[in-house]
Ligand binder design. Structure first.
Ligand SMILES: [Zn+2]
Length: 436
């Protein structure tokens, strides 16, 4: 048994050292009171987790995503009349699984208390053996595997089409590829979202193909990344976000931009008759996607405003061919103006690219935290309260302080609790979504 345990630990340790881990499980504590058992998992940071029960034999499974075991941890928990055994293992080479073998059926609930400078993050699992045995387990493992939210990222232009060229010769196609790759990396570091790039190198991809990729991938969102340019103007800077319009561009600037982005070096023109017909047919079913696209766009604009200038504070609409997927919410981000030499320099800077990517990810994530698509890991986590903290407003609390304490955006707190403005009352129950 001891040897087995040592082997398990060496496997876990070697797996953990191979992969990047965001969280470390430092300790597991157990307390028994009457017919209740409380397990506390001490962690060094917030985590995404999933807990479910299984029968034959009765057990609870705690999956800690992107978590490793502290090297010096020694598993010494004694068993009792409720808990048969607690086992540790790696579900895959980056997740940690804790299996709690129960002597009989039980109900459970769990919550996460975020850490502070002096306190660990704690995941608290309460197992209740008071319940009638005939009741089904609260949270059975779903038979349909939960999926990641899929984001297709489209670096504009590429290959023979350099896009806009900056005053110092920087190609739009190359800098937007760098930003897109950063964004994809950051998305893939989350435990519930996956990114797919329409191009991962400097190759040419036709506009229609980019859109088709989004549909084939059954993307939850399509984001095309660009850098804008103005002739004879080197001062204009800042980001804008565009979504498809049913009625065509809503101003001259959008028309000009759509014309340029659609050209894609003579790939497919909007004036082509067959294409126009196809567009009309597509437009018919685009209402819902457009509404979603607009909301995601607004969420990203808020985040982009924190990293730099936003040129157009509202989401713009235009006839962008690349956004014409009828069933995939799509948006086009002009990160800033490559025609401004200062912005051109920034666009080449890795730190600025990272900041842009972070802001875009946060904007996307804030949207999906409030609107998680059915069947996704995120929806399941939120439904099971895995990452939600129930909080009662105390005297002296302000919404902005609560947001800061729990590291959530105030806009998200508002939308999650249906609060407009900043007024909260003592004793008011708030649900706080927690995420890394
Ligand atoms: Zn472009």
């Amino acid at each position: 048994m001891l040897i087995k345990r040592i082997i398990l630990f060496s496997i876990l340790c070697s797996l953990a050292s191979l992969t990047w881990s965001a969280a470390t499980l430092k300790n597991i504590r157990m307390a028994v009171q009457d017919k209740q058992v409380r397990l506390v998992l001490d962690l060094d940071t917030n985590i995404n987790t999933r807990v479910f029960s299984l029968d034959n034999p009765n057990r609870l499974v705690i999956d800690l995503e992107n978590t490793k075991l502290l090297n010096s941890y020694r598993h010494t928990l004694s068993t009792n009349k409720f808990i048969d055994k607690i086992r540790l293992g790696g579900e895959s080479n980056k997740n940690l699984r804790v299996v709690v073998d129960l002597t009989r059926k039980a109900e459970f609930k769990y919550f996460i208390i975020p850490g502070s400078r002096t306190q660990n993050t704690r995941m608290v699992l309460d197992i209740d053996f008071n319940q009638s045995f005939s009741q089904p387990p609260v949270n059975k493992l779903s038979t349909v595997p939960l999926r990641d939210i899929k984001i297709v990222i489209d670096p504009g232009h590429g290959g023979k089409d350099p896009g806009a060229i900056g005053p110092n010769g920087t190609w739009e196609s190359l800098v937007v590829l760098a930003v897109s790759r950063q964004l994809a990396n950051q998305i893939n570091k989350t435990s519930d979202m996956r990114a797919f790039l329409t191009r991962s190198d400097d190759s040419f991809v036709a506009l229609r193909d980019r859109m088709e990729i989004a549909r084939e991938q059954k993307a939850d969102l399509f984001v095309s990344i660009h850098a804008d340019a103005l002739d004879n103007n080197t001062r204009v800077k800042g980001a804008s976000i565009y979504i498809l319009s049913n009625k065509g561009a809503n101003d001259e600037a959008s028309k000009r931009l759509a014309k340029r982005e659609n050209e894609n070096l003579g790939d497919i023109s909007l004036s082509n008759k067959n294409d126009s017909l196809a567009s009309v047919l597509m437009d018919l079913s685009q209402g819902v996607s457009i509404e979603t696209s607009k909301e995601v766009g607004e969420s990203i604009l808020k985040e982009l405003a924190r990293v730099g200038t936003v040129r157009k504070k509202k989401v713009q609409q235009g006839s962008f061919l690349v956004l014409k997927s009828p069933d995939v919410p799509s948006l086009l981000i002009e990160t800033t103006y490559i025609s401004n030499p200062n912005e051109e320099k920034k666009l080449k800077d890795k730190k600025f690219q990272t900041r842009l990517a972070k802001a875009i990810l946060q904007g996307i994530r804030n949207y999906f935290l409030v609107n998680p698509p059915e069947g996704t890991k995120l929806a399941n986590n939120l439904k099971n309260g895995a990452s939600i903290l129930d909080y009662t407003v105390q005297r002296g609390d302000t919404l902005s302080e609560i947001a800061e304490t729990y590291n959530v955006k105030i806009t998200l707190l508002r939308s999650y609790n249906n609060i407009s403005g900043s007024t909260i009352k003592v004793g008011q129950a708030l649900r706080i979504p927690l995420y890394r």
